[in-house]
Design a protein around this ligand. Structure first.
Ligand code: CA
Ligand code: CA
Ligand code: CA
Ligand code: CA
Length: 407
């Protein structure tokens, strides 16, 4: 017996068929995965070969958020620039012109090398995530909005388990910033290392965009001239479970210089220096810092430059008394007894707390962040430790850390 098809049912069937017909042409339905199989810079057009630049060209022209798989290997950029500041992915830097995911095989296994020709990645108004790779030897030209390793123009960038190192920005102009990462949008850095980069302003990272957030990461050994060796940020800044160490500036802040609202939690800022500026953390007159459960110690002769702009939310430690740590749970004039920056397990280097450190068991729990920088569950022992590292006695089982500065 036949059932009469209702008008609504008929319309549903027609809609389904029409959708099926147009599906191949709908931009949201076409996201592809490209697996790179050749370490050369470019091999377009070459059937069967997919180089990194080739894959990005495909992904740029294919509407939708594609994925590029980048296997183990060293990918050296070699498409020399004949047109300066080329932005169509033909030469020099790799220009990302559409939403994209790039997945490497691990930061030690997958290396993208800018060969000092240009910056490495140039990201426009797109959502970009990168994981499991090293980005090195990029060099952004003078007056091109910086970003020696990576530049974003107005997009959203997420780095996870990425090493950005030995990149630089040429020139000494107002926009020659961000030796490692130059963010002009929204940037999130997780489980990553920003090391040994250089620029006129913001040696490791510059944030001139909407916001920057750094989680479980290390910013170390970066240098600049006038703003901040480690990180320059003009807007909202969040740093959690991270280490800012051994960065230097000639006349700016050695570690971090903030112009916006900054929040620092369970972080260790140490061994940063500035020849004539502030050494550890510094706020511009417009900047504010809220800080909790963090160590700011052994940064030249000034851990902080502007204590009136600092709000302590408790459980902070300073080896002198320049940061305005006036909360009852703060420790001032206390040496945290930090070991050297090294592999203590986890994906990034950290400063371990040595025996007898006053930071041990003197901290507090942090909502939503149950682990330390390495991924070790807190607390160990009688309580939570101050800073990025939780000291535990006994045998720890960790995957060895990436040797960030060894290559
Ligand atoms: Ca695409
Ligand atoms: Ca470009
Ligand atoms: Ca380019
Ligand atoms: Ca503890």
């Amino acid at each position: 017996m036949c059932r009469k098809v209702s008008h609504l049912e008929f319309l549903s069937v027609v809609t389904f068929v029409v959708c099926l017909f147009f599906l191949p042409f709908a931009p949201w339905a076409l996201a592809n995965t490209y697996t790179v199989n050749d370490t050369a810079d470019n091999c377009f057009p070459a059937p069967g070969r997919i180089c990194l630049r080739t894959a990005i060209t495909y992904a740029n022209s294919n509407p939708g958020k594609d994925t590029i798989i980048l296997p183990a290997g060293t990918y050296v950029l070699s498409a020399a620039i004949s047109t300066t500041k080329e932005d169509n992915n033909a030469q020099g830097d790799l220009d990302i012109l559409d939403d994209l995911i790039i997945i490497g095989a691990g930061a030690e296994q997958t290396i993208v090398d800018g060969n000092s020709l240009d910056r490495v990645f140039d990201i426009y108004n797109d959502t970009m995530s990168m994981s499991g790779m090293t980005i090195r030897n990029g060099k952004a030209p003078t007056g091109d909005m910086g970003g020696g390793g990576i530049r974003t123009s107005n997009g959203t960038l997420t780095l996870d388990k990425v090493i950005v190192r030995n990149n630089s920005v040429e020139g000494t102009g107002a926009t020659d910033y961000g030796g490692g990462v130059g963010n002009n949008g929204v940037c999130t850095i997780i489980n990553s290392t920003i090391a040994n980069n250089q620029a006129y302003k913001g040696g490791g990272v510059s944030n001139n965009g909407t916001s920057i957030a750094v989680f479980m990461s290390t910013i170390s050994g970066n240098t600049d001239i006038v703003a901040a060796g480690g990180m320059l940020s003009i807007s909202n800044t969040l740093v959690v479970n991270s280490t800012i160490s051994g960065n230097s500036s000639t006349s700016g802040a050695g570690g971090i210089y903030g112009f916006g609202a900054s929040t620092i939690i369970s972080t260790t800022i140490t061994n940063n220096s500035s020849t004539s500026g502030s050494d550890g953390y510094c706020n511009n007159v417009s900047g504010t810092l809220s800080v909790k459960n963090s160590i700011i110690a052994h940064n030249g002769d000034h851990n902080c430059c502007n204590p009136a702009s600092v709000t302590s939310n408790g459980y902070n430690l300073e080896d002198t008394n320049t940061c305005g740590f006036t909360n009852g749970s703060d420790l001032i004039n206390s040496d945290p007894k930090l070991a050297s920056l090294q592999n203590n397990g986890g994906p990034t280097f950290t400063h371990a707390l040595q025996n007898g450190s006053p930071a041990i068991d003197a901290g507090t729990s942090i909502f939503m962040f149950p682990n330390d920088q390495r991924g070790k569950k807190r607390p160990c022992g009688a309580g939570y430790d101050i800073g990025a590292y939780e000291k535990c006695s006994g045998i720890l089982l960790f995957i060895p850390a990436i040797i960030a500065n060894s290559k």
